[in-house]
Design a protein around this ligand. Structure first.
Ligand SMILES: Cc1cc2nc3c(=O)[nH]c(=O)nc-3n(C[C@H](O)[C@H](O)[C@H](O)COP(=O)(O)O)c2cc1C
Length: 162
């Protein structure tokens, strides 16, 4: 959650983005499939021009709450760009969940942008006030702005092409 909030904060510094923060646990989807939806989430995805997924890695893959939200919509994701950041308590920063998500995005006609961000050993990355420690911030801040630049570029291009 700290990493996701940090990524959202970086987006809020930009003049070309408006951020809607989504926490999958706030949505209630009782079973599988794309017919059972949460109308609040449908509304958000309809409005969104781009997505930034920040996710922990669970058993080298996608947490079920995130996968459930991805599965619940189809048309509202299609032909929209998506950036990804992986979070882990281990040393690899969620690189495996980022890779696993590429297959899902591709299947849903989403456009995955680079660079991906990785938050390894997340328990060591933030101080007690929940600020990212300076030794991590410099590199992460540059990468996250590069990812936002790509999202904005693709969002404009894809919207114009529709
Ligand atoms: C079910 C489960 C599976 C996990 N699998 C991994 C894993 O494969 N690799 C890893 O580095 N960390 C793993 N973790 C640790 C999570 O990455 C860490 O808890 C997470 O970054 C913190 O976010 P959370 O509080 O939302 O779980 C796992 C945690 C849980 C609960």
């Amino acid at each position: 959650m700290k990493a996701a909030q940090w990524v959202a904060e970086q987006g809020r510094k930009r003049e070309d983005t408006e951020i809607i923060f989504v926490d999958p646990v706030e949505f209630s989807l009782p079973s599988d499939g794309d017919q059972i939806r949460d109308s609040r989430y449908t509304e958000i995805t309809a409005k969104a021009d781009a997505f930034y997924v920040v996710t922990p890695e669970y058993n080298h893959s996608i947490p079920s709450s995130l996968k459930r939200l991805l599965d619940s919509e189809f048309d509202n994701y299609r032909h929209k760009p998506v950036a990804t950041a992986g979070v882990s308590s281990g040393p690899w920063g969620g690189v495996r969940v980022c890779e696993a998500l590429l297959h899902v995005y591709h299947t849903m006609w989403m456009v995955a942008v680079k660079p991906e961000l990785y938050f390894p050993k997340i328990q060591e990355m933030f101080d007690e006030q929940d600020h990212m420690k300076p030794e991590f911030e410099a590199m992460q801040a540059k990468n996250v702005q590069n990812a936002y630049d790509e999202l904005v570029w693709f969002a404009r291009a894809l919207k114009a092409a529709k």
